[in-house]
Design a protein around this ligand. Structure first.
Ligand code: NAD
Length: 416
């Protein structure tokens, strides 16, 4: 059987395994295998050169039993419905793993944001928001940034939504600018979650984080913040790559200098404090910790046998295929699964939503302390479920999530 790179099928494959092991009710299994709602919209946008372009956008809500849908909006040329469905389902499991009162949602637009002007992006975002207006809202569905979007995108969503409801509603999105009700600590929250779970994973192996070697794939929001925080915690980041370049230094990269270089050059390539290497090698370097923080389907049945890291902390969503899971397990690689490892972002998004709703804002230290509490609690819950069911941490995380979501569904009952 050839390996599937369809992320929704990859999600379903893990769901099937976890459901069988957990003994999930058949009706609930069928419900979880498909999203509750998928919306496809066509978005006419006036381009700067006078042309009209029509973009395709999606918003998917996988499950809303535990609360409003929560999940990012992705702008990328490869966006498709199955990818958004997978990402929405992962959000259902992720919000349940960290036990925040949300369901799972995700959205995206097929576009190339790097080649669009700010004006074009603003018009596209506003039209998208208007089209999905009916299913959005602080109590319905709360987007956040993902690949290709940022706090400015969220500000446009907030404004468009607010204009339609005739009042400023800042809890409609998270990951927005500080001055509009964003939370301190949100920009680095996903990277901080990677740091917290990496530290816990190393502790499980009886090794300190200080001095551990690290390789990171991707140097965007997640990868760069994880690099900085791991570096500041005393780990040695020895290799980093992004879509355009690579850099490595066996003695440890000067991450602060690399961040500065990346800000100017918009790639890690060409950094004076390191040397280039073959991009694919980042996944198979002999390091203590590997952080895939770019995109899906990077560790596959083909390269998994060559992964030499002791711990893989999945900063990205879906970086490991279902076929690679048993190979990594067999080889003794400890995988901190995406729905735990990168849940720091949604956890602080939850804090942001809470702060917006109570109208009272926390200090950064408070946010970071609460994040440590939520993430370590989730880490231990995942690993005790893993031990209880004698499975791998990914399936352990799915089972923990299934337990929580199915309990909510059972309490509510089926409305038929
Ligand atoms: P981003 O757009 O800021 O950064 C993506 C990075 O990956 C860039 O450095 C890009 O150059 C690099 N990249 C792209 N293709 C690559 C390739 N083929 N090889 C190597 N590098 C490549 O995105 P982000 O927000 O950092 O998100 C990265 C991943 O983390 C995604 O899977 C996203 O869904 C997930 N995630 C993000 C957050 C968040 O808070 N931003 C939260 C949870 C999960």
């Amino acid at each position: 059987m050839s390996e599937t790179h369809n992320p929704f099928e990859a999600m379903q494959a893990r769901l099937r395994v976890a459901s069988e092991l957990y003994g999930l009710d058949d009706a609930l299994f069928k419900v979880f295998m498909a999203p509750v709602r998928s919306m496809i919209v066509s978005l006419p946008v006036h381009m700067d050169d006078g042309r009209w372009e029509v973009f395709t956008g999606y918003r998917v809500q996988h499950n809303i039993a535990r609360g409003p849908a929560k999940g990012g909006i992705r702008y990328d040329l490869h966006v498709n419905l199955d990818e958004i469905k997978a990402l929405a389902a992962w959000m259902t499991w992720k919000t349940a793993v960290v036990d925040v009162p949300f369901g799972g949602g995700k959205g995206g637009i097929v576009c190339d944001p790097a080649h669009m002007s700010q004006g074009e992006l603003e018009r596209l975002t506003r039209r998208y928001t208007a089209e999905i207006m009916d299913i959005l809202g602080p109590d319905r569905d709360v987007p956040a940034p993902d690949m290709g979007t940022n706090s400015q995108t969220m500000a446009w969503v907030l404004d468009t939504y607010s204009m339609h409801v005739r009042k400023t509603e800042n809890a409609v999105v998270t990951g927005k600018p500080l001055g509009l009700g964003g939370s301190l600590g949100r920009p680095e929250a996903t990277g901080r979650g990677v740091l917290i779970t990496a530290r816990e994973a190393m502790q499980r192996l009886g090794k300190p984080l200080a001095g551990a070697t690290v390789a990171i794939q991707g140097f965007g929001n997640v990868g760069s913040q994880a690099a900085r925080l791991l570096h500041e915690a005393g780990a040695r980041v020895i290799a980093v790559c992004d879509n355009h370049g690579t850099t490595k230094n066996e003695r440890g990269l000067d991450v602060h200098a690399l961040l500065k270089h990346n800000q100017e050059a918009r790639t890690v390539g060409g950094f004076k404090g390191g040397e280039a290497f073959d991009k694919e090698e980042v996944l198979t370097m002999p390091v203590d910790i590997l952080v895939p923080a770019a995109l899906e389907n990077q560790i596959t049945g083909l390269n998994a046998p060559r992964v030499r890291a002791k711990v893989v902390v999945e900063g990205a969503n879906g970086p490991t295929t279902a076929e690679a899971d048993p190979i990594l397990l067999e080889n003794g690689v400890l995988v901190v699964p995406d729905i735990l490892a990168n849940a720091g972002g949604v956890t602080v998004s939850y804090f942001e939503w809470v702060q917006n709703r109570i109208g009272f804002y926390w200090r950064e230290r408070e946010v970071n302390e609460k994040l440590v509490e939520y993430m370590t609690h989730a880490f231990h819950a995942v690993f005790s479920t893993t031990d209880k069911y004698k499975t791998n941490p990914r399936i352990g995380a799915y089972i923990l999530a299934l337990e929580r979501v199915s309990q909510a569904m059972q309490h509510r009952g089926f409305y038929a």
